[in-house]
Design a protein around this ligand. Structure first.
Ligand code: AR6
Length: 175
């Protein structure tokens, strides 16, 4: 099966879905951007679960391109799926790692039985990935994935990012 792709402009922490994907860093201990917003609004249950994951399995950090789930605390979701995007590099092609973030997030969502999943534009903020390329990879990877997730909802912060995703989705609908 493939997921239906939808686009929303707004704050991902306002979404009501089974799982919210977090653009985390490998420490799993929070940060700025989406990560900061998720921990702020979701409350300490998320950080506690992240600490437990570090202690049990990811003492050296969650590797870039992988994904792992915790409860969603006070967010209107059952789970947060934390994935670590690659930092943008103009000299090295790190696309495979960004592709892996979306594939692994969907794999974890399938393991959990999540049917609706909200995604941010992973790596396209603090990690510096150009939005058009981030959107192309995000939409192309999710569209091609074999998954039980019914709706993959990209939640874009601001009109500009929304417009870029909209154009990319229209392109992939044509092709
Ligand atoms: N809802 C939806 N999108 C958002 C929100 C929000 N509340 N806040 C920001 N964005 P970023 P990254 C957009 O920086 O590039 C953290 O410190 C943002 O405008 O959150 O993967 C982590 O701990 C951008 O388009 O994630 C890592 O250290 C997109 O979400 C590092 O940042 C991703 O921006 C990860 O950087």
């Amino acid at each position: 099966m493939t997921a239906r792709i939808t686009l929303v402009q707004g704050d991902i922490t306002d979404e009501s879905v089974d799982a919210i994907v977090n653009a985390a860093n490998s420490s799993l201990l929070g940060g700025g951007g989406v990560d900061g917003a998720i921990h702020r609004k979701g409350g300490p249950e998320i950080l506690d679960a992240c600490r437990d994951l570090r202690a049990a399995k990811y003492g050296r950090g969650l590797p870039t391109g992988q994904a792992v789930a915790t409860p969603a605390g006070r967010l209107d979701a059952r789970w947060v799926i934390h994935t670590v995007g690659p930092v943008w590099s103009s000299s090295a092609d790190r696309s495979e790692l960004l592709i892996s973030c979306y594939r692994e997030s969907l794999r974890v969502a399938d393991e959990l039985g999540a049917r609706t999943v909200a995604f941010p534009a992973v790596s396209a903020g603090i990690y510096g990935w150009p939005m058009d390329d981030a959107a192309r990879i995000a939409i192309g990877t999710v569209r091609a994935a074999d998954t039980q997730v019914e709706e993959a909802r990209f939640v874009l912060f601001g009109a500009e990012a929304f417009g870029v995703f909209e154009a990319e989705l229209a392109k992939s609908d044509e092709g």
